[in-house]
Design a protein around this ligand. Structure first.
Ligand code: FMN
Length: 133
């Protein structure tokens, strides 16, 4: 399994991760659950009406953290908007519950991918494992 596949599998199994953004000098964080591997990139999904979307448009620097079975994952990098509706469709197929709220042409659905990102798996007791994704 490739490194990015390990990251997406961990996020899927954790179910929930926490996405941190920056607003001025204030960190903002909230729970997220969307994760999709598409053409070698890690995508997440949100709505353009949300503050998180506005924050990422102003400053794409972001970090996510998930925890499962004594192990935690952090992915730090930039989250870049992608208007490709194929990715949006793939996201809705992977996470069908989103279909009640979003569609690719609703003007609100947004997918973003991690660019220049570093992933780190860590646990108490073990050495952290870091790689680019
Ligand atoms: C378990 C869980 C998973 C969530 N996953 C997402 C998600 O993947 N995308 C999203 O836009 N909102 C998701 N939400 C809702 C956001 O946390 C919520 O809209 C939040 O207020 C967005 O941040 P903001 O208020 O700073 O814009 C999720 C909420 C929960 C409780």
């Amino acid at each position: 399994m490739s490194n990015i596949e390990k990251v997406v599998q961990f996020l899927d199994e954790a179910g929930t991760y926490y996405l941190a953004t920056v607003e001025g000098d204030q960190p903002r964080v909230r729970p997220f659950g969307t994760a999709l591997l598409f053409e070698g990139r890690l995508y997440i999904q949100t709505g353009k009406v949300k503050n998180v979307s506005r924050q990422l448009a102003a400053n794409p620097k972001a970090e996510i953290c998930a925890f499962k079975d004594g192990k935690w994952l952090r992915v730090a990098g930039e989250l870049i908007n992608d208007d490709n509706q194929e990715v949006m469709t793939a996201m809705l197929e992977k996470m069908p519950a989103l279909k009640a709220m979003y569609s690719p042409d609703d003007g609100n659905m947004q997918v973003l991918y991690f660019k220049d990102a570093t992933a780190t798996f860590a646990s108490f007791g073990g050495a952290p494992e870091t790689f680019g994704i």
